[in-house]
Write a protein that binds this ligand. Structure first.
Ligand SMILES: Cc1cc2nc3c(=O)[nH]c(=O)nc-3n(C[C@H](O)[C@H](O)[C@H](O)COP(=O)(O)O)c2cc1C
Length: 178
C-alpha cells in the first residue's frame, strides 16, 4: 500500500473558549477510536486556561495551532478531510458567519466553506445569548453553507443541579454522515 493510501483521514477540531472545552479530550479520544488523525486549532482565548493544552498535545502528538504561522513556515497540518467545531461559542459562530478571519481558527473556518469537506458544530451558548437575532441569523447562514449543527447546549445546570452531557460524539456522527 502506498503511504498516501495508508494515511488516516485528518480531522481538524476547532476549540473555542467555553467552559465545556475542559472536556475536549473526550472528543479527541472518540475521534481516534474511530480512526481519525486529529489536529487541534484553538482560539487565542481558549488557549488561556480553558483546557489542558499539554494533555491535548500529548494526546494528538501534534502542537495545538492558535497563532498565524509566519509566511516562511510550512502549513502545520495536512488539509482536512472533515472539521468539527466543539465547543463553538456565540462569538466564534457570529464572526465565522460574518466572514471575519482575524484568528487562525476563524480563518480556517472561513476557508473550509470552499473545500467541500463536512463541517460539524456543537455550540455551547446560553439561552439568553442564543436569543440574540444576530446568532439566529448566523445559524441560518452557516446552515445554508452546508454546516451541520448538533443540538443546542446551554452549559447551564438542569433541574437536578447536574450538568447535561455534552454530546461530543454527535459531532463525529455528523461529519461521518457523508
Ligand atoms: C469561564 C468562562 C466560560 C465561558 N463559557 C462560554 C460558553 O459556554 N459559551 C460562550 O459562547 N461563551 C462563553 N464564554 C465567553 C467567551 O469565552 C468569550 O465570548 C470569548 O470572547 C470567546 O472567544 P472565542 O470565540 O474566540 O473562543 C465563557 C467565558 C468564561 C470566562
Amino acid at each position: 500500500m502506498t503511504e498516501q493510501a495508508a494515511r488516516k483521514p485528518f480531522l481538524y477540531i476547532v476549540v473555542c473558549a467555553a467552559g465545556i472545552a475542559a472536556d475536549v479530550s473526550k472528543l479527541i479520544t472518540a475521534a481516534q477510536e474511530r480512526d481519525w488523525e486529529v489536529g487541534v486549532i484553538a482560539t487565542p482565548v481558549a488557549m488561556n486556561g480553558f483546557f489542558d493544552t499539554a494533555a491535548v498535545e500529548a494526546q494528538t502528538g501534534r502542537p495545538i495551532r492558535s497563532a498565524w504561522r509566519t509566511p516562511g513556515e510550512p502549513r502545520p497540518f495536512p488539509a482536512p478531510d472533515a472539521v468539527v467545531v466543539a465547543p463553538a461559542t456565540f462569538n466564534t459562530v457570529n464572526k465565522w458567519a460574518a466572514g471575519i478571519a482575524d484568528t487562525l481558527a476563524l480563518g480556517t473556518l472561513c476557508e473550509v466553506a470552499g473545500l467541500g469537506v463536512p463541517v460539524a458544530v456543537l455550540p455551547c451558548v446560553a439561552d439568553a445569548l442564543a436569543s440574540h437575532p444576530a446568532y439566529r441569523d448566523s445559524l441560518e447562514r452557516l446552515r445554508g453553507m452546508g454546516v451541520r449543527f448538533g443540538q443546542p447546549y446551554t452549559g447551564e445546570p438542569d433541574e437536578d443541579g447536574g450538568r447535561p452531557e455534552f454530546g461530543w460524539e454527535r459531532a463525529l456522527d455528523l461529519v461521518e454522515r457523508g
